[in-house]
Design a protein around this ligand. Sequence first.
Ligand SMILES: Cc1cc2nc3c(=O)[nH]c(=O)nc-3n(C[C@H](O)[C@H](O)[C@H](O)COP(=O)(O)O)c2cc1C
Length: 190
Amino acid sequence: MHKASLGYAMTGSFCTFEKSLAELQKLLDSGYAVLPILSFHAAQTDTRFGKAADFIARMETMTGRPVWRTLTAVEPIGPKKLCDLLIVSPCTGNTLGKLAAGIYDTPVTLAVKSQLRAGRPVLLGVSTNDALEGSANSIGTLLARKNVFFLPMAQDAPEHKPRSVVCDFSKTGAAAEAALRGEQLQPLFF
Ligand SMILES: Cc1cc2nc3c(=O)[nH]c(=O)nc-3n(C[C@H](O)[C@H](O)[C@H](O)COP(=O)(O)O)c2cc1C
C-alpha cells in the first residue's frame, strides 16, 4: 500500500533511541517510505546506550536508505518536496532551542527549516530533562508555530526529575496521521 513519505530524524537523546527505532519499524511496517536523518551528535557520539555506527547501520538496514547526516544532504527536503511529514523524535532540548531561535546548523534543524519553508508539517517528540526549565520557552515558541506538531508528552519522573518531559513514543503513528491532516493529536499533555 502506498503511503506518505516521511523524514525520520533522531537527535541526541541517546537513552530513547531504542524506543524511537521501535516506532520507526512500526511506521515502515505500516507502509510508509522513510528517509532517515541524524543530527551531527546523534551520528557521531558513542555512549553507554550504544555505538553511533551501529545505530546508523540499523537505520540504513531498516529503511533501505543511507542515513542523511550532513547539511548538504537535507537541504533539498523542502524545495524538492521530499517529505510529506518530517518527524524529529527524540528531539533534544538543544534542537528545540535552535528551532525556536531560528538556528539551523545541524542536519536535523536544517531539515526542519527546509520542510517548513515548503509549508509542510513537522512532528516533534520532546525528550529532555529541562523541558519545564530552560527548554520551556522553546516548547512554548514552537507550539505557536504554523505546521509544527508535537507527540503527546508527560513528566516522566516528577519526583526525581521534576523538570523532565518525555513524549509517548508509542503515539508516533497516530500523531503522524494527525499531523499529515494538519491536526495536533490530543491530549498534547497527559
Ligand atoms: C548519554 C547522553 C544522553 C543524553 N540524553 C539527552 C536527552 O535525553 N535529552 C536531551 O535534550 N539531551 C540529551 N543529551 C545531550 C545532547 O546529546 C546534547 O545536548 C547534544 O548537543 C544534542 O545535539 P543534537 O540536538 O543536535 O542532537 C544527552 C547526552 C548524552 C551524552
